[in-house]
Design a protein around this ligand. Sequence first.
Ligand SMILES: [Zn+2]
Length: 388
Amino acid sequence: MDNWLLYVLIVGAIGIGWWMGRRERVKSSEVTGNNYYQGLNYLLNEEPDRAVATFIEDLEVNKDTLETHLALGSLLRRRGELEKAVIVHENILKHQHLDKDSILTVQLELAQDYLLAGLLDRAEDLLLQLCQETGHIRTESLKLMLEIYEREREWHRAAEIGELLAVGDDSEKYERFISHYYCEIAQELLKLKRNEEAGQAISDAIGHDAGNPRVSLVQGQLAVAEGRFNDAITCLMRIKDQDATYVPESLDLLVQAYQQSDKPVEGLKHYLTECLELTPSISIVLQLADIFRETQGDEAVAKFIANHLKHNPTIRGLTQLIDMHIDNAQGVSKQNLSILRSFAEALVADKPAYRCKSCGFDGKKMRWHCPSCKSWGTIAPIFGLEGE
Ligand SMILES: [Zn+2]
């Protein structure tokens, strides 16, 4: 589709150039006409590189043709032909007679070319100037700056830009982003065992989005790292009310904190039962099953899992149930159960476990930042037969 559009655009643009050349009698029509046919020839011979070069040489940049130049630049960028997009946009900027608004628009396009091409320093230099402007140009420049600092993992700078964008209708969204930037900072500091500074970053994250379940998770990690297991439990249990779909992400840490705290396991059982009422997660069911196994035995556990599967069937739950029966089966029954287990495992082996609510991107591991739509906190576990 893009190929077809590119050809139409170039043929049309070269045609306009030829017609304007004739009308203005700037060049001899014979020469310009030759270029037009030459451009067509390149296209017919499938030489889009030379066709683009002919286009740039042949179609003068002025207020009548600016849109065509911009359309070609943007089309080339969408096709991933970034070097050519840069050439088209830099070519426009060589023409000094353009008005200020047009220059700013082209500069913004060029910054996007640089950004996608990974020329982050050049993009940043250009955007720092454009951020000084007002209105649409400023907002779009700030968004691109944010993308640069996210890519460079410059979280403090990203937070500064986020603050400038967190106004009006977008305020909630960018406050959530900033909260995640401080979570990133806190997790980096935790790895370096700089716990006190990590605690400060967590406070900053809470200040921007107190409802962010990731903040409670990181707060729990810090508390466990400092041996404050009861505090860790309190923080991690907040996730149920913040967004229960993220409870599975906190289970390993929560169980670890319980095992090392002086709290009775009844509290954990009660909490998980409440979570299960909010979100039918098989991870929570299996965690509860582990607790039940110690006090009520295998038969009661198998009944509990089977009962959950009746209402919320999942392959993972089925696998667990088969495991529980395999141990007590013998002969042909045992063999058949093993075959069934292999089938069940194969069904979910290549299936994604997480999906972005915003763009549909999916993958096998949990990420707080969507690599596709660049949104924060929109990827969550997939529920249903092949997931949670
Ligand atoms: Zn996404």
